[in-house]
Design a protein around this ligand. Structure first.
Ligand code: ADP
Ligand code: MG
Length: 176
């Protein structure tokens, strides 16, 4: 149903909602170890241990006060389906790291999908926040840093249709 890129957008949206002004997305694909790792990190409001546990397993609780979201559980399920796992490390006031590990060559591992679409949507959503994207595809590294992009283009923000359209073409050319 979802490509991994769509899950990544979901998880990064949580970072925006948590008030983060910096979001890091790291993707590492390694045929040698047969692993695909996706890490989404932010400097948002963070979660307590209990909240992080609840976010991973929303149905394993007696509490009913909280709205049950499915962004994290669906991402976790996708990882587990491929023989991998999902971990959250977080602390209130510090930020959150969501790390999902996938069996790279597992038949049930979802495709990464369209990371250009995810990054462009995130830039639109995150507005003036900084996004640091790094992808290592079996040794080929690509890095996108919106702070640097803004400096290079001499603009204040990236949420402009004309700019986003040119970036979209650029990202597609580089197969981010
Ligand atoms: N990066 C984050 N920082 C702080 N809290 C988070 C973060 N990601 C998730 N959460 C908490 O976990 C909850 C569940 O997240 P999720 O499964 O994506 O569902 P939803 O976003 O629909 O609530 C969020 O509502 C939020 O309270
Ligand atoms: Mg969510």
């Amino acid at each position: 149903m979802y490509d991994l890129s769509e899950h990544i957008l979901d998880i990064a949206e949580n970072s925006v909602n948590a008030g983060a002004n910096k979001i890091w997305i790291n993707i590492t694909e390694d045929i040698e170890t047969d692993l695909l790792e996706i890490e989404i990190k932010d400097n948002g409001k963070g979660m307590t241990k209990e909240e992080a546990e609840q976010a991973k397993n929303p149905f394993v609780t007696s509490r009913t006060t909280r709205n049950v979201g499915l962004g994290i559980p669906l991402f976790k399920e996708a990882a587990e389906q491929s023989g991998g796992k999902l971990e959250i490390s977080s602390a209130p006031g510090k930020g959150t790291t969501v790390k999902a590990i996938f069996g790279y060559g597992n038949i049930d591992r979802k495709p990464l999908g369209d990371m250009t679409e995810t990054l462009i949507s995130l830039m639109l959503l995150a507005k003036d926040k900084d996004i640091f994207y790094k992808r290592n595809n079996n040794g080929n590294e690509i890095e996108i840093d919106t702070m640097q992009l803004k400096k290079d283009l001499e603009i204040e923000r990236l949420d402009d249709v004309v700019i986003l359209n040119s970036l979209k073409k650029l990202f597609r050319n580089y197969k981010i």
